[in-house]
Design a protein around this ligand. Structure first.
Ligand code: CO
Length: 429
């Protein structure tokens, strides 16, 4: 396995939620010399160097400032930290038939069938008040199979293979344990975990949480020649990882920026989503004035990296016949003239040229004319900032399943393309 895939698999396994994805990206950035900028501090004129900013612990902007942005612009790579999943409802425990169950809300456009019959861990952020009266938040990760959503046996539903549908309210609660007398106290469970995992023993009361179940099966290379990666959250932690690796490897004078946003899977409208002001605020403060920001953006470009649909060998007719991306054949440029993707001929041209000059394969996708098209942070960020944008992504299968499939070579290719973007010299703007 390549070193970069080894790192990717570790990142996938250690990042069951956007909070963990950001925390793990931060530790990589910090060990490469990146310094934290606090949003509530006065930044003043920022000197050359490497910095990062976070918001809501689930989004980040990292950048290496090496020249005046108003004359050189920014080269920005964007990706999203969230993936569709099952999140725990506030009153978490319900009893049924002598069992305690975890009540779950579906986050984003999850494929639900793959969640059944899996060993499920639980992770996310917990907010509590401590004994001194301070409100604190901390990450937790029950890194063991505490939940399970059992299928109904085929003997009790003979039509299961032909017609089983999934009711999100009735069919998804996850089995936690037997409860003969008293259901488990979820707050007590969280308190115990905070103590065991982080040594926090002054929790007075749990005030809130954002927790999701996740599949415990680790990411793996699969296929006859181990040419595929199977994992949860490939959409879009693969792109997050490639972006951070490319940033860290980049030296030079082109003001590279990486933005990782939460909440893409639910439309991006939040303080930390791409429709929120995080990136604009950060770039504005780097530039110092609105005039300088506008000048900088006019020289800038965004590569929005989010996985694309590769052609599925069992469902070839779901793709436009002349646009069928294959795994391990390079990143895909996404085109939709109705602006579901923000690519235009100039940004496409630049990305193609970068791939050509680095001897990297590249593919193109456009959806069938009789099918709807997905979207991503590219058009949202382009609309918000007025920054020219190309939407790209590695091809994958099983998007939004609890276990997705991507090409093992494509993470390296994407990382190289993003490095090429950060360094690209014949800048036309
Ligand atoms: Co995505």
């Amino acid at each position: 396995m390549t070193i970069s895939n080894e790192r990717l698999l570790k990142y996938l396994n250690r990042s069951p939620t956007p909070y963990h994805a950001v925390a793990n990206a931060l530790s990589r950035l910090k060990s490469s010399g990146y310094l934290r900028l606090d949003e509530d501090a006065e930044w003043g004129a920022i000197s050359r160097g490497k910095y990062f900013v976070t918001r809501n612990d689930s989004s980040l902007v990292a950048f290496a400032l090496s020249g005046k942005p108003e004359s050189g612009g920014f080269r920005i790579v964007g990706a999203h930290t969230d993936s569709p999943c099952l999140k725990v409802k506030p009153n978490a425990i319900s009893e049924s038939q002598g069992y305690a169950r975890l009540a779950l809300e579906v986050y984003g456009g999850a494929l639900l069938a793959p969640w059944f019959d899996r060993d499920l861990g639980l992770a996310g952020r917990v907010t509590y008040v401590d004994r001194a009266g301070h409100i604190q938040s901390n990450l937790v990760n029950f890194d063991r199979a505490i939940g399970f959503i059992p299928s109904l046996a085929i003997h009790l539903d003979r039509e299961a293979n032909e017609q089983r549908s999934i009711n999100k309210q009735n069919d998804l609660p996850a089995l936690l344990c037997r409860c003969d007398k008293k259901a488990p106290d979820f707050s007590a469970l969280l308190k115990r975990q905070l103590k065991q995992q982080s040594g926090i023993n002054d929790v007075k009361q749990i005030l809130g949480f954002e927790l999701s179940l996740y599949d415990l099966q680790p990411a793996a290379l699969v296929g006859l020649n181990e040419e595929f990666i199977a994992s949860a959250r490939l959409d879009n932690l693969l792109s997050c990882h490639a972006a951070i690796e490319a940033l860290i490897a980049t030296r030079g004078s082109h003001n590279p920026v990486v933005v990782l946003n939460d909440h893409e899977e639910v439309g991006s409208a939040s303080t930390s989503g791409a429709e929120g002001p995080l990136l604009q605020d950060t770039l504005g403060r780097i530039c110092g004035s609105d005039e300088n920001l506008k000048r900088a953006l006019s020289h800038s470009m965004l590569v929005s990296a989010d996985n694309a649909h590769g052609v599925h060998p069992n469902y070839g007719d779901k793709h436009e016949p002349e646009h069928k991306p294959l795994m391990n054949a390079g990143p895909v440029i996404k085109i939709n003239h109705n602006q579901r993707y923000a690519t235009n001929s100039e940004t496409e041209g630049i990305f193609r040229q970068i791939c050509a000059s680095n001897k990297l394969p590249v593919q193109t996708i456009v959806v069938r004319s009789d099918m709807g098209c997905g979207s991503t942070i590219g058009p949202i960020t382009a609309t918000r900032l007025g920054v020219r944008t190309v939407d790209v992504g590695v091809p994958q299968l099983g998007m939004h399943s609890v276990r997705e499939l991507a090409g093992a070579a494509d993470h390296d290719t994407l990382t190289k393309a993003l490095k090429g973007f950060f360094k690209f010299s014949p800048w036309p703007f």
